[in-house]
Write a new protein. Sequence first.
Lengths: 303, 494, 616
Amino acid sequence: MDSIWYKILGAVVSFIVAFIVGMTYMGLSRKITARVQNRKGPPFYQNFIDAMKLYSKSTAIHHGLMQHFGPAFIMVSSIMTLMIVPVLNDGKWFPNLNFDGDLIFLLYIMVFGPLGMALGAGQTGNPNSAIGVTRGLSQMVGFEIPWVMALVALMMQFKTTSIIDLMEVQAQSGTWLMFSSPFAFIAAVLAMLGMFRYSPFDIVGAPTELASGPVSENGGKYLFTLMSSGAVFAFAKLTLYVDLFMGGADNLIVLLLKTFAIYLIPMLYGVVSPRYRTEQAIRYFWGWPTFFGLLAILHAVFF
Amino acid sequence: MVGTPVLLVVIPLLAAFLIPLLGMIWKELVRIIPGLVLLYMFILSATLLNQVLHTGPIVEVIAGWRPPLGINLVFSPFSGFLVTLMTFIGLMVWIYSYRFKQNVDFEPAKKYFILLMMLVTGSVGIVLTGDIFNLFVFIEIVGISAYALTAFYTERNSAEAAFKYLFMGALASTFLLLAIMIIYTQLGTLNMADIASKMPEMNTTYKITALVFLLTAIGIEAEMFPLNGWAADAYTESPGPIGAAFAGIVAKAGVYAMVRIIFTLFDVEGTMQFMLYIGLITLIVAETTALRQDRLKRMLAYSSIGQMGLIMVAFGIGTAEGVFAALFLMFNHAIIKPLLFFSGSYLVYNSKDKFIHETNGMGKHIPVTSILFALGAFAIVGLPPFAGFWSKLSILTAAADENMIIIIALILIVSIVELVYYLRVVNRIYFFKMAEGVEPKKPTFNALFVMVTLGVIILLVGFYPDAITGVLHKASGDLLDKTKYIQDVLSLNP
Amino acid sequence: MDMIYLVFLIFLSGAVISWLAGKVNHVLQDILFLASVIVPSVLFYMNVSVGQEVHFKAGGIDLSWGITDFGWIFSLIVLGLGVLAAIYSVGFMKGKERRGYFYFNYVLSIMSMLGILFSKDFVSFFIFWEIMTWSSYLMVIYNGKHTQSIGIKYFIFSAIGAYAMLMAIVISHSVTGNFMIADLITAYPVLSFNLQVLIPVLLLTGFGVKTAIMPLHVWAPGAYSNSPMAFTSVFSGALSKMGVYGLSIVMLSMISHLPEGFWFREVLAWMGAVTAATGTLWAIKQDDAKKLLAYSSVAQLGYIVTGIAIGTELSILAGLFLAVMHAIFKSTLFMAVGAIERQTGTTNFTEVTGLIRKMPWTFLASLMSIIALAGIPPLGGFVGKWMLYESLITSDHYMLIILVFFSSTAAFLYCYKFLFGFFLGQEEKEWAHVKEAPVLMVIPMLVLAGLSFVLGTFPGLLLKPIDAGMQALGFAPTNQHLWDTSILFNSWGNQVALQPILYAILAIFVVFTIFLTIKGYKNTRYVTTKDISSSGEVPKEHENLTFSVNFFQPFLRAVEPVMRRQIDKYYNGFANGLEALFDFTRKIYTGNGQTYAIYVILFLIIMLLMKNNIFG
């Protein structure tokens, strides 16, 4: 069933599911964070309400064409990531673009969005946006290293760059890669802390410092797009981790459980951490996480 | 216009003596006669060369006494080629200096042209002669004219330079005479071919001693290290065209003499190797010294010495390809160095000390001269597609065929040094602002004509080296064939 | 006359004529210049075929010209870029002086590059190589600035490389008896081990200088930024690829037959990767766009060298593809900088900013080129990068891939700096008057940007001639096996299908752009960049809100230990030491006549004493 309508259906359904799940998780994270900080916190569906509010607002001013393209770029990146990552095992979900790209392509398409957003933010001329972007890019150089090391270790160990193949390996051997390639998992999780931009790596959009950084000038529909793209992207990344390290999922319930388990890691770590400066963040990533990445590669090559 | 080789020596000598007399009739004749003479000499030597390339060397006997008793002149492909080259450069020098410094009076002009004629006589004689004492005589003639020409601008520096030259020239003459004495007492003959044929019988100690004396003496003339201290001063302090004449004519004669001694006269092992290494040292010391110069003509002088060193290295390789490369280098140097001296003189014309930084910005004011200087600089460094590239390639190929890898590396490293100091000047000419109080001088028509001619030759040989290589191959073959030389000279029928 | 001769003759005479035509009429000069570049290129593509050869002799040496399939790839770069940059130059040079000088050297550069590709014998190769060197040198010093420091430094390094090559050439002649390149390649496997190492090392030095591999790269930042931007596009785009051409031939035809070749390849690959990483870091530090692009070029060339050095089919495909892509996008970027320089008078990020609305086409071209440079899909750079990474992983070079990936990611930093610094950010009053560059300058940029877009989705168009070239060097065909018109594979069977990806990206992009703008695009009004949210205060007109100084300060602080040492300083120290040494040798000539006389006597005495050692 390869017709174009089926493909569009798959994209739309995946998008809706990702949107709902992502927003819910973000709401849940606000709730849990609040509870840890001994407050009541907003209800878990707060993000949906925020999204509705933002959607219904209209924007009075704009700063030019690039500003419109910025959120579009980031949406492209999120949805493409979602389409490449297999959502469920064994083709139980829509195939989307699962067979048309591989891990290396994924690495690059994940960067496409933030860069596009950076360009959009740049046209507004807000210096806070620019500062936020530079911080974000610098930090990215930081966490990409252990992240790539972990992925390279996996790719070399199993001689494939396709996510589906890695899922199959886990299905065949019966163990999750989390346990058979532990170092890669640790490195990847540490890198994930940087990817999600919770504390201690939230200097990029540090609200109390930078008037929210790259998203400074966006309101209304733009901010809605950014929020939803954030939600979709979060879901896609979590699914990626589940597929790579936890053997994928056979149905949606299991997927939700596993992704939420992984999501707890950056969220809970962020709740209790202060913020790193950018160079501290970069140096941190080149320290222990890179070390684990190296161990992962050595493990992959020699064992 | 057929003639015989002896005319190549006699006519200029005669002209030199007649110039003052004829000058009393009409002043302008002082300037005209040398030109006519040189033109005639060039045409004669070119015609003879053409003949010699097809038939065989011309051996001319002087005063009826046949060799080995009498003096003879040998016009072979090798010597003929050099003579043609020298007369051509002489012609260029004459055209250039017809009106060089405008305010030169009659008296100095008379002396200048007399001395120029003598210089040419002597140099041609050195190349053509087949008798070793005759060689000495011609060397002396060259020496006297050269000393006087060095001191032409009667200033303190010129006088000092001329004095140093004379001093060392005197040393050279002494050792030359000593060597000739040894040879004569041992072998009983002064004829070069005869000496060559009798050389194997000579006592080794005497042979080597004579060789050493000869090498020292000729080495002073040929600017060999460490005997070349006089050269930089002489080139610098003499008038521009005379510097060109030294580089293009006198130095070639010196190298000819040295080569004749080593390849034809003596059969001592290790001479080639010696020449190779001494040439290498000459090259390295001269080029590195040139880098540190801040006067233009002095820089060109050291560059010239360096090229002489390179030519010696090429001869020292010893193979036919090496000799070919050396001759090619001699040809290119004889064309390019005079061009550099000619254009360089105009670049620092109105300057007293001729510093390099006074050439700043000349590119805008004397564009043709500047571009010809740049052309000469690129050519002498060996950049394609100019003439110097082919000669550099041939010396490197010759060295590679003998597996002389270190020598190749050293030559190339020195080339980079050469590049730097030439490029520095070319950049100054074009891209720097003119210094305060410096007035550019536009070259006269005759000077431009000479420079353009030389430039055209450089481009021609660069794009079509085959124009020259045929002659060079014949000439190199001729030099290496010692037995043929002996035969040609000694087997003259009565 | 054979067509090959005609092509070169037109180039050469065109160079001279366009120089002299300046004295007659400027428009005529422009037309003659364009003709002397376009006509031979067209003649070449229509009439000269691969395998066609001419032979002739010069100075007793056999010379032979003809183009191979492999050289044909590079001819695309040289002539394609040459024509486009020539059109750009005509616009660039309007109103500038010394046009004849520029045109002359430009045509000579193009001619000599094509000549290098045509040379089947080493002498022609060297001749063309040197002509390329001095004509580009004359361009580097075109502005008359820094002639002694930057210009001569460039020439010295080029000369070191060229002379190393010359040494290898004459050694090759002594071994094979002639100067033919093919003969050296066939004779190579049976040479003595010393020669088998020496010749490639010498040749690689020569090619490495032009490819700006560390530590031979120090001339590049100065030379690229000092030449006029119209030429730098060719300089960085095509000239550096001549080094890649030579390097490929050495590595693929000679070293691959050597059992110890493995070490050559590893060392060279590491040198390439280190160049890429450090070049990127230095690029991030620069505030002048020209220097930034220069260091970026050095870094990108590092990728190409690594690709070719690794030696697997996929990696060579990657290296060559990246070479062509680099020529395309880097030249566009240099052209953009030239346009900005012409319109604003400066290329410093801390001085110019906010040009997006004033120079939209330049921005568009720069945007596409930057995206291609960063290697982001769906543009062409991604294809090359993808192939490079896949080849590194599949050939077990795990440390190299980390280094390459690091420099790729860090490249995003200077990519953003370039775009933000010039085009985005605050719009300043002093640049309000700036207008778009003239049409002749904009069109080549857009053409090249479009090319990188097309090649991103249909890389097969370029991979086909590259494959033909590799087959000419002895590789098995890779069609269908490693790539298809629009799909890429790796040797493990994984793939990237580019068409579906492109369509998906375009679809999503369009959908969301419409979604964002559909209601109310007419109702929203454009505001200047001073009208921003800034915690309740409205910025006044005179307040400077531009963020450009110390743009990446945190990052640079983080990598500061790596950037402490500069190779350039070592070279300067070495050169100064040499000059001091030469000062010492100069003093041998004391100027005192008596000293000279003593030299003579000493020489004589030494010779007489040592005569038995010296002479037989």
